[in-house]
Unconditional design. Structure first.
Ligand code: GLU
Length: 510
């Protein structure tokens, strides 16, 4: 019987969700849905010192915004609950103790002061930061160097201890990564990681293995930064006797800075002026808010699409994918090994494409919100729909609608008189006065009729329509931008069009 596909996203709730984290979620989700499997969110919060208030809720809100619904999670429940590791504390100790009994792990009683001494005493030019490992474990205060009686006495006295894995010397451990193929590690390179802490909480290394096992995870996809931890996990799967149950792994390539090398960080975003987090994150300690893609004006469809394309493509030229298409076409085999450079201009291109594609109806609510934030109240829903329809292909971000569409709902904030004044003359003045009269008498108020009237009147006055369009645009919009000027006149209506023309004529004469 083939194993049911079960994947997990296992974030530590320590702050805002980096776009790399959301891409990890997405690849997990796409793989699960493609294979009729389960997508689980497990909160890895065993490091209490890194716990950040609000970070878990933020993760779930972000997933919701992206349209990703977990099958199992602390919020959604499920057969393997609880899904928060801090609530599963009682599960882990037995496995750590079993490892000690089997000789794969040991108790270490070293105090923080003793560890500090170790780091100073064994520091050399070749080894500037000595680690608790095969070379030093024999010199430390642990169940490998103490007699069983001494260990029993210390334990009975309640002496604080941790349990460390005993990394074997000079062995090769290997696994087959779905993206990288065979990956090998020499065990001597890895220190004796703590598995169970003095407070009885497991570390990430123990908890991730135990929970992937207990939750019957079939595939584990995570960021490349976890690759160095893989040998510890491989050995734990083996030592705990679960090797045949081990999930298949894929370590996803990093998302790189647009300039230079290295992982894209929040600092790069601040420096280059673009978001790195999925949505706004306010650090509860400093109260500092970091802008997210959502608030910057990205559509979730675009965000998901651009993330999918960071390190993957379907082998064709297609760049725009819906979530359903991604679910159908995604394949781990086509994920690149190398890191993907983040390109904010390209990210905006995706958003622009998605704004154009998105039905106007579905844009209305969020555009109205952005307009309201800019102090523009929309009272006419039909006008809102019309305005969105007319300017959507000019907007790269949802926030662009404020600048591109506000003149539909209020007088232009500024009138670029200087664009008209130098070429203004009495003939043009007469033309616009006649246009006012003609428009006031119009019985139909449609874009094409308004244009015909305008052109006929221009011809009658022996003026080129081209010379009159810019003044009309400045009158209605305030500047040299916006969609077709007769479309705008048709949308804002007769009274408003005439009033705006009159107002600017007045300005030109004063
Ligand atoms: N808790 C780890 C993190 O914060 C999960 C790594 C993994 O998926 O194994 O990313």
């Amino acid at each position: 019987m083939t194993k049911k596909i079960r994947v997990r996203f296992a974030p530590s709730p320590t702050g805002g969700l980096h776009l790399g984290g959301v891409r990890t979620v997405l690849f997990n989700y796409l793989f699960a849905k493609q294979n009729g499997g389960d997508f689980i969110v497990r909160i890895e919060d065993t490091d209490q010192t890194r716990f950040v208030e609000g970070a878990e809720a933020y993760i779930f809100e972000t997933l919701k915004w992206c349209g990703i619904v977990p099958d199992e999670s602390p919020l959604h429940g499920g057969p393997f609950a609880p899904y928060r590791q801090s609530e599963r504390k009682a599960n882990y100790r037995q496995y750590a103790e079993q490892l000690v009994i089997d000789g794969y792990a040991y108790y270490a009683f070293d105090t923080p002061a003793e560890l500090e001494v170790m780091r100073t005493v064994y520091k050399t030019a070749e080894n500037p930061s000595p680690q608790y490992n095969h070379a030093l474990r024999d010199k430390m205060h642990n169940s490998l160097t103490l007699t069983p009686d001494e260990v029993a006495t210390l334990l009975a006295a309640g002496t604080p201890y941790v349990i460390r894995i005993k990394m074997p010397l000079n062995e090769t451990v290997s696994f087959n990564d779905m993206i990288r193929g065979e990956v090998n590690f020499n065990t001597s390179q890895v220190d004796d990681k703590v598995l169970l802490k003095a407070d009885g909480m497991p570390t990430y290394h123990l908890a991730v293995v135990v929970d992937d096992y207990l939750m019957k995870i079939s595939h584990a996809f995570r960021g490349e930064e976890w690759l160095p931890s893989a040998p510890v996990h491989l050995l734990l799967w083996d030592y705990l006797g679960w090797k045949n149950e081990m999930p298949e792994w894929a370590h996803l390539p990093l998302i790189l800075k647009p300039d230079g090398n290295g992982k894209l960080s929040k600092r790069d975003g601040d420096r280059l002026g673009f978001p790195v987090f999925a949505s706004d994150w306010t650090d509860p300690k400093t109260n500092e808010t970091t802008i997210g893609f959502k608030e910057r004006g990205f559509l979730p469809e675009a965000f998901v699409n651009l993330l999918a394309m960071l390190g993957w493509n379907d082998g064709s030229d297609q760049e725009i994918f819906t979530m359903d298409e991604l679910i159908a076409k995604f394949s781990m085999e086509r994920v690149h090994k190398g890191g993907a450079k983040f390109d904010y201009e390209k990210a905006k291109w995706y958003n622009h494409e998605w704004i154009k594609r998105k039905p106007t109806k579905e844009l209305e609510l969020s555009i109205q919100k952005y307009l309201a934030e800019a102090g523009i109240t929309v009272t006419n829903d039909a006008l809102l729909a019309k305005a969105i329809e007319l300017v959507k292909d000019r907007c790269t971000l949802l926030t662009d609608f404020v600048q591109q569409a506000s003149f539909f709902f209020q007088l232009p904030a500024q009138i670029d008189i200087a664009a008209v004044q130098p070429k203004w003359d009495e003939k043009k003045n007469m033309f616009f006065n006649e246009l006012i009269r003609a428009y006031e008498l119009s019985s139909v108020w449609e874009s094409t009729d308004l244009e015909t009237e305008f052109k006929e009147l221009a011809a009658a006055n022996q003026l080129k329509p081209g010379e009159l369009m810019l003044p009309l645009r400045i009158m209605l919009v305030g500047g040299k931008f916006g969609p077709g000027v007769f479309d705008i006149a048709a949308a804002i209506g007769k009274n408003e069009t005439v009033a705006r023309i009159k107002k600017v004529l007045g300005l030109l004469h004063s």
